[in-house]
Design a protein around this ligand. Sequence first.
Ligand code: RUQ
Ligand code: CUA
Length: 616
Amino acid sequence: MSINKGKRAWIGMGIFSLLILSLVVSCGKKPQVQRGGVAEAAIATYVAPGDLDEYYLFYSGGHSGNVYVGGIPSMRHISTIPVFTPYPATGYGFDKESKQMLGEFTWGDAHHPSISETKGDYDGRWLFISDNANNRMARIDLRDFKTKQIFGPIPNVSGNHCSSFVTPNTEYVLAGSRFSIPLPRGTYAPLEQYATTYKGVVAGIAIDQKSGEMSLGWEILMPPFNYDLGDAGKGASEGWAFWTCYNSERATGKLEVTSTQKDRDYIAAVNWREAEKAIKEGKFKMIGGVKVIDPKDRPGVVYLLPCSKSPHGVDVSPDGKYIIGSGKLQSVTTAFNMEKIQTAIQNKDFTGDEDGIPVLNYDNIKDAEVNVGLGPLHTQFDDQGFAYTSLFVESAVAKWKLGSWEVVDKIPITYNIGHLAAAEGDTAHPTGKYLVALNKLSHGRHLSVGPSQPESTQLINIAGDKMKLLYDAFTEPEPHYSQIIKADKLKPIEVYPKEENKNPNAIWDVKDSKVERNASNVTVKMVAVRSSFEPNKLEVNQGDKVTIHVTNIEQTTDELHGVGINEYNINVVIDPGETKTIEFVASKPGVFAFYCTNFCSALHQEMQGYLLVKPK
Ligand code: RUQ
Ligand code: CUA
């Protein structure tokens, strides 16, 4: 769900929560690996010492602002990629470049990771991740697993939750407003004017195919609904993008009541090639300094598909024929048929409009309402034509067949599953085999660690007819979504090759290390190499602006060095072959040690120096 802490979400969900509570309390069952299946499950998840996992699991860390990397089937946590939050363990947010990237914010709410695609399949180049809190989007380069760009705050977008799903050739990553506001951002209007003055926005962030650089593609002005999740069309629906929205009541206040009055909300279907055309035709207005298409002025860009009320996930089947959307208070999920959607658009089979956006006739665009069970949220796919829907209220996953629409299996989950991820499950060619359930509550499945409990994930084998629970794992808060990619699709580097380091301040020989003064500016070029810094004595005057360019000249795997400066709140980590810049004002007089923070050799402790700050 879109709420930060599972436990709080639970309390906040009113009637919905009572229903859940009664279910959990009354059944009290703890799904276990089936008796007799323990040895089988152990073998299926055991990755022997020295062996490697078959898949990477990338999961978002919610309001921790990080992305976590795990392995499947072991479910071991392998690494943390800081994105929206400083992370001293890798020096992120302490050097000049990453500080600039983080800007004024020290946290983000990382929701949906999205691996770049070529022809609808993960290509392993980049991973995009949305920030629900500060309206941003980040790009991680999967060559070195580092955050390379934070784009935003995206103009006009407010609460970038329904993001960052990529189009099949990574032309765009989707963005949008969960919380409608008066536009442009910064405009004041009383809440009483919500239904008329507040606006939502959905957007495509354009991706440069070579560099991955993000820039604004197009924005579309939308009614003041809450845009919740999205997915890009592919195959039969290529060129389209879909977003669910709740609160078509345009209500404010206690939304759990006020926004659930009508039977239906919507899935917004955007024809993004038409959006591109509209921009080219000049059919936009400038809002917040960017080009925004108003559907009233430019028909053919966006349509609304009625969906059971308060939908959450929208998921496109691997062939792109079906758009799966669920009202999260219902027991069915709807499979919309893309062909029927196109026909309805051609025939103008509309039942009305919302601010000039045509509403399609529900009965004529769906193929089925699938009886999946209570509280359907998200759907994933395998390689055998099956879909897997997470059931929050029922705490289960339903497996059902695309086309025949029958539910063929169900597995209980502990507890209250949110997202789920299948191996390569968002692509044109899912690989089946594994499904990971991302649960909102861990509920007594781990050694007690006090009230602030870990989140839980469960690995499920989906290779056979029956889904089988394999493994419980616990994670940092708070995974929202994850993607699973074949390990051999990624070829990360282990050191930055010296030839690639184009930093003008890099030096590769201790002979070139120096300290230069220009009035009150002190610039240091420093080398870090086992097991010393050169120079290791920095004499400055109180009030000097100090800039240290430090190059780790190692070309050996895993030989990282750090520069931590006592009481100056600085810790920068430099990977082999990397140059980083530390900037600070020597405001405190006295003698301060600096030292290597990353264990690097037998004489790591000796890797130290002094910053001597002469008082004014
Ligand atoms: S949400 S439990 Cu932030 Cu993706 Cu669905
Ligand atoms: Cu360099 Cu420890």
